[in-house]
Design a protein around this ligand. Structure first.
Ligand code: TXA
Ligand code: MG
Length: 327
């Protein structure tokens, strides 16, 4: 008899193992957040620097009080409106939380993911799970169970993969810092700045990003093997021709609705029909292009509003000069 996958995952987590879990954004590499040995294994397996804090995923907003000191009203309101969903809140941590999770900081990042299997798992586990995206540090985040297996099968370290199908949002959660004087977006993501501003009733335009606290904000992150070249939509044809002229095998991500005929060594074309589809499939296209052995990915930058801001952020980081970023 095949054991129930959720029961199996819970069993692995209780024993201090690591489980890849599906969320609506990307797959996470999870450990029981109350087990310090298990949490430290996440850093080893990912090759992640210890000072980079992890997000704790909870079953519901009621669980906040066990992890957060003095939950502010704004956090309760946002949780009611956006959880389960792709919004991570940075709040003051409860003193019971391991500094391993928070990178030694006085704050903790928390969210309730919108995926039925992982919510079920969290309820059965009756704890929180610390989970960064389930990829080696600096690599493209996985949006399917097979992506996780492909990245970790050889190196090992992941004890169980809970297969929850394709991620519905496809890029990481928005991180909103509520621990300071005013709310600040630390990472754009699945919930747009415009929607948050409307919900909070204030302008988030002055948000600043504090470098080392958010590794997703490193210049090079979310990166495929191929070199990523960004292009204004109107310059796309010229950018493709320039890459082809250098003899590169080229993959292309075109703006919504544009039709492009493959030619020369242009191998693959990704043509999203909406920003939502572009977000959902972006990382998968990066992987497809790598698999097709493209040397260069030419990507049109979407308009930077709504979900387009988070997509442009990920494209920029993928395109950052290899020499200046992560190794
Ligand atoms: O959608 C997501 O957020 C996915 C899924 C698995 O939930 N997770 C994810 O985890 O993207 P990760 O580790 O790849 O990115 C977590 C981000 C990092 O940029 C980290 O610095 C930030 O959250 N973070 C965690 N704790 C923080 C804190 N106390 N203060 C500021 N940023 C924090
Ligand atoms: Mg990540």
């Amino acid at each position: 008899m095949v054991a129930d996958p959720i029961a199996q995952a819970v069993c692995v987590l209780r024993a201090g193992g690591l489980v890849a879990v599906p969320t609506e954004t990307v797959y996470g590499l999870a450990a029981d957040a109350r087990n310090e040995v298990a949490v430290s294994r996440i850093f080893q397996v990912k090759g992640r620097p210890a000072r980079h804090p992890l997000i704790v995923h909870l079953a519901d907003a009621a669980a906040l009080d066990a992890w957060v000191r003095e939950v502010p009203t704004i956090a309760r309101d946002l949780a009611r409106r956006f959880w389960p969903g792709p919004l991570t809140l940075v709040l003051r941590r409860d003193e019971s939380v391991s500094p391993l999770i928070t990178g030694g900081q006085d704050t903790i990042a928390v969210r309730v993911p919108r995926h039925p299997l992982t919510l079920d798992l969290l309820r059965q586990l009756d704890s929180g799970i610390a989970a960064p995206s389930a990829n080696p540090f600096g690599a493209v985040s996985p949006t399917r169970a097979e992506d996780v297996r492909e990245m970790f099968d050889k190196s090992g370290g992941v004890d169980y993969v809970l297969d929850g199908g394709d991620c519905a949002v496809g890029i990481e959660s928005t991180i909103l810092d509520l621990s300071g004087d005013r709310p600040a977006v630390l990472r754009p993501g699945g919930i747009t700045r415009e929607v948050l501003e409307e919900a909070i009733g204030c302008d988030l335009g002055g948000s600043h990003v504090s470098g080392p606290r958010v590794p997703g904000q490193h210049p090079r992150h979310y990166s495929p093997r191929a070199r990523v070249v960004l292009s204004k939509p109107e310059d796309l044809a010229a950018s493709i021709d320039a890459a082809l002229a250098r003899g590169s095998k080229v993959g292309v991500i075109v703006p919504d609705g544009l039709v492009l005929k493959p030619h020369g060594r242009m191998l693959a074309i990704a043509a999203p029909s909406s920003p939502e589809e572009l977000a959902r499939r972006l990382y998968r296209w990066f992987r497809d292009f790598d698999r097709a052995q493209c040397d260069v990915i030419v990507a049109a930058l979407p308009e930077e509003r709504g979900l387009g801001s988070a997509i442009a952020d990920r494209l920029r980081r993928a395109a950052a000069n290899k020499a200046s970023g992560l190794s």
